[in-house]
Each structure stands twice: as structure tokens, then as C-alpha cells.
Design a protein around this ligand. Structure first.
Ligand code: ATP
Length: 304
């Protein structure tokens, strides 16, 4: 029996290893190469970034021809400004960030950065100008140093530590068994949602992009972590053109402009104050969130 058990057990280990390796490769592809149809035009020049003004010009988009997800959407983000996109689940908010990163090409209209249509420039130059802090950061099965340096693989250990300090994750890393050489990811240490977001922020600090996309996590972090992450993001977005896909309105009160989306269309836009005065959809969403926050505070206090 034991003679049979050992090889079977061994096969099980190999199977798990292969499965994990495939999962990593799959993730790499989903990160780097989401859509084979997006290709560079022959001899496409590099994107020339000045202030990084973004313009969505009458953009339409469908993942599947039969269903348009974005319809005739126009807005601009002036150089260095922060624009937040809000709206109910499925309205098309994350799709906007995927289109800007050119995971997909628009079906109609155009997206321009400093006046250049993003389909006319090389993807590598476009993507090196954009940093994404996604909802759920993928950690590779490697060291924490590798995971941070992924933003700029040529970065020295000192630069990695500097970025980690700025993202307020350095002290945490020092508490890990092997510091920056601790293995993380599926087969290593599992990090919390907030810690993973900090790794993503450190990656982006190293990358130093002109444009920042922040896709806020749907699942809320605890309010202390959220406030801290918010401060780090505010610092990161200073002087960078920033697009925030927001789920919690409290995090975007200070955005230069807020776009409210409903079913692929822009239904309102303005500053937080302007939108509250309008007393429309945004004001309604704000009242609902305020109410649920008050309830949470009341019940939270009673529980404590
Ligand atoms: P949430 O707040 O839930 O993250 P969202 O506003 O960001 O939602 P999107 O993720 O942009 O919404 O999705 C917009 C619409 O496109 C949804 O109806 C969704 O089902 C659809 N969709 C998203 N990704 C794909 C995909 N890869 N293939 C087909 N349809 C998709």
C-alpha cells in the first residue's frame, strides 16, 4: 500500500505545482495581453506625453456586438486633474479604465492623450505612461521585493525600499520573517486586501507614470486602513492625471470633477458640491451612503 501511496502523493504534489504555474501564466496573460485583437499599427510612434490630458470623444464600446456597454460618452480630464467615475454596479465604470489602457479598442469615437489617438501610438509607450492600482492586486509567487519592483524591474533594492516607505508598507515588510525576501502570493505569505493595495501603490510609485488609474476595491477595507490608503493615493495622484473608479463616494469628495454613469451613459457631472445642489442621482446616492454609514456607526458603537 505504502509503495502505491508515495508515488500517488508525489503525483499530487506535481499536479498542484503545475496547476499553480498555469494559474500564474494565465494571470500574466490576463494582465499583459487581454485581447489579441489590439495590435500596434505598423511603425506606430511612441506616445508623446506633455501634461497627459485625457479626452474621451463620443466613445462607444461593446464587448459583444449585440450589447453596447458604453454609449456616446464624452469627457475630458485636464492635465494633472483628478476625475472620479461613479454609478451603480455594471454601469461601465471599470470598462472606461480598460479602454484607456487599451485592453480593448473603442467601437466608435476615440480616446486621446495630449491630442494623440491611443490607437495610433505603440501600446508599450501608452502602457508605460499609465499606472494602475487595481481592485485586486495580483501578487506573483515571488519575494515581496520582486512584487514591488514589478513596476520597474531595473529598480535597485534601495529604490524598492523608498517606494515601500512612501506607500507605508516598509515597516510591515520589516516584520516579515525574511523582510523583503519573504515569499508572498498563492504559495507564500498571503497579504490582506489593504497590504496588497499598498504593494500596488509602491509598484506605481516606482513606475512613476503620468497617468494614474485607481480602481477602488468594492469590498471596503476597515475605515482606518481606508483612510491611510486614501492619503497615500492623494499623494500619488498629485500632479498626475488621475481617473478614479469609485465605489465609496466619501473617497472622492475632493475630485476636480465627478462623472455619474448610468447604463453606459453620462447622466450627470460636476464637483461634489455642484452635484449635491443639483439634487439628482448623485445627491440620491450620497444620501443613501450617508444613511448606511450612520447605521454602521450606530450599530458599530452598540456592538463595541
Ligand atoms: P462594478 O461597480 O460592479 O465594478 P462597473 O460599472 O465597473 O461595475 P463594468 O465592469 O465596466 O461595470 O461592466 C459594464 C458592463 O459590461 C456590465 O454589464 C458587465 O456585465 C459587462 N462586462 C464587463 N466585462 C465584460 C467582459 N469581459 N465581457 C463581456 N461583458 C463584460
Amino acid at each position: 500500500m505504502i509503495q502505491l501511496y508515495i508515488p500517488l502523493n508525489f503525483l499530487g504534489v506535481i499536479y498542484r505545482e503545475i496547476k499553480q504555474a498555469l494559474a500564474d501564466i494565465e494571470r500574466m496573460f490576463s494582465l499583459l495581453d487581454q485581447n489579441q485583437e489590439v495590435v500596434d499599427k505598423p511603425g506606430a510612434p511612441a506616445l508623446q506625453v506633455q501634461g497627459a490630458r485625457i479626452e474621451f470623444r463620443q466613445v462607444g464600446f461593446a464587448y459583444d456586438k449585440r450589447r453596447e456597454v458604453i454609449r456616446n460618452l464624452s469627457f475630458d480630464v485636464p492635465a494633472g486633474h483628478t476625475v472620479a467615475v461613479v454609478g451603480h454596479s455594471g454601469a461601465g465604470k471599470s470598462t472606461l479604465s480598460r479602454l484607456l489602457y487599451r485592453f480593448y479598442d473603442v467601437t466608435s469615437g476615440a480616446i486621446l492623450i495630449d491630442g494623440q489617438d491611443i490607437r495610433e501610438v505603440s501600446q508599450s509607450s501608452l502602457r508605460s505612461s499609465i499606472g494602475i492600482v487595481p481592485q485586486d492586486t495580483v501578487l506573483f509567487n515571488d519575494t515581496i521585493a520582486y512584487n514591488i519592483a514589478y513596476g520597474r524591474p531595473s529598480a535597485s533594492r534601495e529604490e524598492v525600499e523608498q517606494a515601500a516607505r512612501a506607500a507605508h508598507i516598509h515597516d510591515f515588510v520589516l516584520t516579515l520573517p525574511d523582510g523583503y525576501d519573504t515569499r508572498v502570493g498563492e504559495r507564500g505569505l498571503k497579504l490582506s486586501g489593504g497590504e496588497k493595495q499598498r504593494v500596488a501603490i509602491a509598484r506605481t510609485i516606482l513606475k512613476n507614470p503620468s497617468i494614474l488609474i485607481f480602481d477602488e476595491a468594492t469590498s471596503a477595507l476597515d475605515s482606518r486602513s481606508e483612510r491611510a490608503i486614501q492619503q497615500e493615493l492623494n499623494a500619488l495622484s498629485r500632479n498626475r492625471t488621475t481617473l478614479i473608479v469609485a465605489h465609496r463616494l466619501s473617497t472622492i469628495v475632493h475630485a476636480h470633477r465627478i462623472l455619474v454613469m448610468g447604463q453606459g451613459e453620462l447622466i450627470e457631472q460636476g464637483t461634489h458640491r455642484e452635484l449635491l445642489e443639483k439634487n439628482g442621482e448623485y445627491a440620491r446616492m450620497w444620501a443613501i451612503q450617508l444613511h448606511s454609514q450612520q447605521e454602521k456607526d450606530t450599530y458599530g458603537n452598540q456592538m463595541a
